[in-house]
Design a protein. Structure first.
Length: 441
């Protein structure tokens, strides 16, 4: 695992260095533990012969299992097995931990929450994750209403110490700092005018972290492992709206980062942007593009399309019941969506169709897994082309061109891959350039 992390970090550094040199290169991060999403991402990476950065969040995967039931080592084993089945080389995989900090335990006092966060960091590093987002931006039960940059930085440095202590000989780590992002899971509503991070605030954040690292006994060699900083470039989405990237609004940020040769920006919540805007983000040194809900949104779109096709082709007694089962499950267990879909006038459509895609938290439930399997089994035979044209027009064209098998699972995977293809193109991964050149087998 140590050798794998060394190769991964070296490959990532190469991509980010090329970005800072002005090349159209970057990398997208797949933030999902959903098996079909991961399978689609692996197929995309195989087709492009590119690096694939896969990230798990603290609430998805942690020392207690998270909502996926997987501890960090189990997540890496799970993805590695999928990669082997898809013929993707281990040298192409980079594993990252997102929002690693006290977020899962922030309702407790800070001492307890940070102790849990230390265990979290240790478990990720020991499992073989090499890209670590140190996120200590959330307030704990006994914290003041607003955390200072100094306190956030001191806590981040403390977690970095833990990571370094658990780094095995030959293992290489890299870090992401910065806190100008929504809490994991997204926002409930967009601000009227989403504020881009001011350069002065970013400068202060970086200085605070550098000083905190030094105060914690983390020398210059550790600071050089910080490869990216999270800022708000002016992109976000809520249940029904998308804030599109405006390069001019982030121009000062793009210029400022040139002061730091080893640093790029990591852009969170880039889901649902126009394809051409991803290229502009990468040119502006937002070289790491995070995507998550849009991938499970595409999964859900494909499954609902197939459910409609199933209703046309099969008698009611044979239907999988995917949609009514999903709706009933979400209504019976509202914890994952009730704070996001609080408007009773729109709840009826948001449950299944919101950009926030809170249904992604329910796919692991056995009853939904069974319904999904039944749906895919019911549509094992090629779908009549007129129905495919009606409900999945892009996949219809790909089938006609003999680029895609007309099987239910392949149709779903293709739908997800379409999202990733836009990211891959923007990052220079799909044109014989970019991260392709950094993959060694």
């Amino acid at each position: 695992m140590a050798t794998a992390s060394l190769t991964a970090v070296t490959a990532l550094r190469t991509v980010l260095s090329a970005n800072k040199a002005g090349k159209q290169q970057g990398i997208y991060a797949v933030c999902s533990a959903q098996p079909l999403v991961l399978k689609a991402a692996l197929r995309r990476a195989k087709a492009d012969n590119s690096l694939l950065l896969i990230e798990a969040t603290a609430n998805q995967v942690n020392q207690y299992g998270g909502y996926t039931g997987m501890q960090p080592e189990h997540f890496i084993q799970f993805v590695t097995q999928l990669a082997r089945a898809e013929g993707v080389s281990a040298a192409q995989l980079i594993f990252g931990g997102d929002h690693l900090g006290p977020v899962v335990w922030c309702k407790q006092d800070s001492a307890t929450a940070m102790a849990q966060a230390e265990q979290l960091i240790a478990s990720y590093v020991q499992a073989g994750f090499c890209k670590i987002h140190l996120d200590t931006s959330m307030r704990c039960a006994d914290d003041p209403p607003q955390l200072s940059d100094e306190l956030i930085a001191a806590r981040a440095a403390r977690l970095c110490q833990v990571a370094e202590q658990h780094c095995a000989p030959g293992q290489q780590l890299c870090y992401v700092i910065g806190t100008e992002v929504p809490a994991p899971g997204g926002v409930t509503a967009l601000e009227h005018e989403l504020a881009v991070t001011p350069v002065a605030a970013l400068d202060y954040t970086l200085q605070a972290h550098q000083q905190a690292f030094l105060a914690a006994g983390l020398g210059a060699e550790v600071w050089q492992k910080v490869l990216a900083v999270v800022v708000q470039p002016g992109v976000e989405f809520d249940n029904s709206q998308v804030q599109l990237y405006q390069p001019q609004a982030a121009a000062a940020l793009s210029k400022y980062i040139q002061r730091y040769p080893q640093l790029v920006y990591e852009a969170h919540s880039t889901d649902y942007q126009l394809p051409e805007l991803y290229s502009q983000l990468v040119r502006g040194h937002f070289a790491i593009l995070k995507v998550g809900p849009q991938l499970t949104f595409a999964l859900r779109e494909a499954l609902i399309a197939l459910a409609h096709i199933e209703q046309v082709l099969l008698p009611a007694a044979q239907h999988s019941g995917l949609l009514p089962i999903a709706t009933e499950l979400m209504q019976q267990q509202p914890a994952h969506w009730q704070t996001f879909y609080s408007d009773t006038k729109t709840q009826h459509w948001q449950l299944l169709f919101s950009f926030s895609d809170r249904i992604r938290y329910y796919w692991p439930e056995p009853v939904l897994q069974q319904a999904m399997s039944a749906l895919l089994d019911n549509l094992q035979q090629p779908i009549p082309l007129p129905l495919l044209s009606q409900y999945m027009p892009s996949q219809y064209l790909a089938v006609l061109r003999a680029e895609l098998k007309n099987t239910a699972e392949d149709l779903v995977l293709h739908k997800i891959e379409q999202v990733l293809a836009d990211y891959a193109k923007a990052c220079g991964m799909s044109d014989n350039k970019g991260a392709k050149a950094n993959v060694s087998h």
